[in-house]
Design a protein around this ligand. Sequence first.
Ligand code: TMP
Ligand code: ASP
Length: 230
Amino acid sequence: MKYEGKTKVVEIKEKEAIISFKDDITAGDGAKHDVFAGKGSICAELTAMAMKYLNEKGVPTHFLEFVPPNVLRALPLRMFPLEVVVRFIKAGSFLRRYGGIEGEVFKEPIVEFFVKDDERHDPMVCMDHLEVLNLATREQGMEMKKIALEAGKHLKSFFEMAGFELWDIKFEFGLTTDGKVVLGDEVSPDTCRLRRKKDIYDKDVYRKDMGDPIARYKEVLEACRGIVSL
Ligand code: TMP
Ligand code: ASP
């Protein structure tokens, strides 16, 4: 089976998934859309490095192998239609929803769940909603929260080693064929906020029309190549 999303094509085979990263970039639930040559290969390689690092730390991910320039071999997963966000520092929709000061640090990281539904602009949900909306069981929800916090903690150190501050990050999870919850999807500047002092190295460059995001993404890639070899 082959699925095409906004930024990736996923082919599910019996024993593995083949994930091809596209050069497309979108924002505003698809309202804004562009194509930048080379973007897919940057995000694929960064995802491979971040997930290899997580696998080595004992955090379960779908990552198996990077096939240059823009493909990952991964475990075939049945994805939950959810986005799980870990926040270390206040920004983005947290500020729009609750107010506060951008850049303020949370005492402890927080976790938020959203339903993947572009038409409804990805509404936020709580643990009770997961069950009544048939999105996941409560146990699976708790497991996703636990893995998200663990993955977030390790990726914060990973990006720190590369010289960037991880403000927040979005994860997606799926079930393996034997029913285990594991981290799927991607880890890239498309799906997190990466800052160096006041400079932005993530998709906010594109969301806020602040110039060429790809030059920034390339800098992240170069810096991370020193940490994990593929
Ligand atoms: P938010 O502050 O807009 O809720 O975003 C939180 C984090 O999630 C941020 O790192 C960007 C990422 N994100 C996605 O990867 N996909 C999305 O659709 C949204 C809205 C955010
Ligand atoms: N991922 C969403 C989109 O592609 C929104 C975003 O990342 O800002 O439209």
